[in-house]
Design a protein around this ligand. Sequence first.
Ligand code: HEM
Length: 453
Amino acid sequence: MSTQPPSLGAHHGLPPVKLYTETVPTVRMWTDLLERYGPIAPAEIEPGATGWLVLGFEENRRVLTDTATFARDPGWWRELQDGTIGPESGLRALYSKRPSAVFCDGEEHQRYRKAILTAFAQLSEQQILHHVGEAAGLLIDAFCLHRKADLIAQFARQVPLTVLCRLLGLGPGDTAEVCAAMQTVWEAGPDAPAARQELEQLLIRFSQEKRRNPQNDIISGLIAAGMDDAEVCGQVTTLISAGDEPVTQLIGNTLRMLLTDRTTRGEFQSAVSMINETVNTSLWRDPPFAMVVGRYPTRDVTIGQYHVRRGDCLVLGYGAAHADLIRRGSKDMLGANRAHLAWGAGPHTCPEAGRQMALTIAETAVEKILQRLPDIQLAVDPDQLKPIPSMSIHGVVELPVVYKASAPEGARGGSQLWARPQSTMASVERQNPTRPPSRGGFLSWLLPTRQKP
Ligand code: HEM
């Protein structure tokens, strides 16, 4: 690789975009980047790790779909392989190759993706509806008498993981352990490599248990589809990473839209089809994943005005791609034809079952809030809502609301909630006001800071 021609990026004289700085992405910010750099910008992914941020809609689509030129397998990532990205790096903890659908191409990818689809196929929509209805109901019961709540910490952050863990077949204690380990990995600090090992050991243990005692859940489904324990661990880690955070933001962003946009709220309040439409609008306006690492050219290639080298890391810019469509006034973008990239594109696109699960969880959760707390109002001026300081995740830190007290529905059948402890970046700040929000490492910009239980 040392014989490769130098990247032309250096000759354009524009500084790399630092992806790890605390910048809140807005359509305006993406538009500025598009105007300054064109459809692709040189980037620094974490200090010392270089790459490219793909900004244009067509360029993102090309990178996602041209599988002959752009690989998903991080084995192609030069700086990860040559040690430029060191052993203590958050990037390494998160993006080193593992036996999972998101780290491979071709036949290997098809095998993992097929196993995930097979495991999903045995889940019914009724099952998902049941879990989300129950989780949402119990969460609302916990605050419906209080007349005020933070819908991010007390609701949006709780619902998806509760549902996901139940569908995976994990019990309360298991879920708490998985959450704690996963959180440390996400924080990408010095404890991340040990937490990654701990998480893998936990998931391998669950896989062994389910192998002995299979049930109607995703882990048993993956085993039935021929996955060994390490492969079960790889797919489950992917499902939790892929399924929890974006659905949290989708619920939060949709509720925020309904609470801040009176017209939307007035028109959409109770009609389920309108809630669906608001969720979809939220997806293209605020794609929960604004950026995704990575794709790796398998040969030197020109994108926009830049020459990108084989083995460079490309960061997909879904938020920028949508801003590109908006600024060009494209008709493709909006509502009905769902031409947005929020679900990705190409062979690694979010599986239909994952999308349906996300939409079912988000729509049901939002509907429950509107049904149970019909007079709900934002407790602060919309301008006071603090965006998550991350270029990668679109959402707000807190969503404080007020409403008239309403009676709890009551727990049915001894049900209990056992998702993650309630914490938000804002609560971290409150407890430790001197600590700046999210400076922990790579994932401090990729995901909001979480606390250990
Ligand atoms: C609003 C919620 C969601 C959004 C915005 C979303 C978005 C995405 C995107 C953009 C990708 C492609 C990443 C890439 O190209 O590298 C993806 C992949 C994936 N998503 Fe989703 N997702 C959501 C929910 C879910 C849920 C609930 C699940 C299942 C529990 C799920 C499972 C997956 C899987 C397994 C992949 C990897 C597919 C592959 O590599 O073949 N997603 N998702």
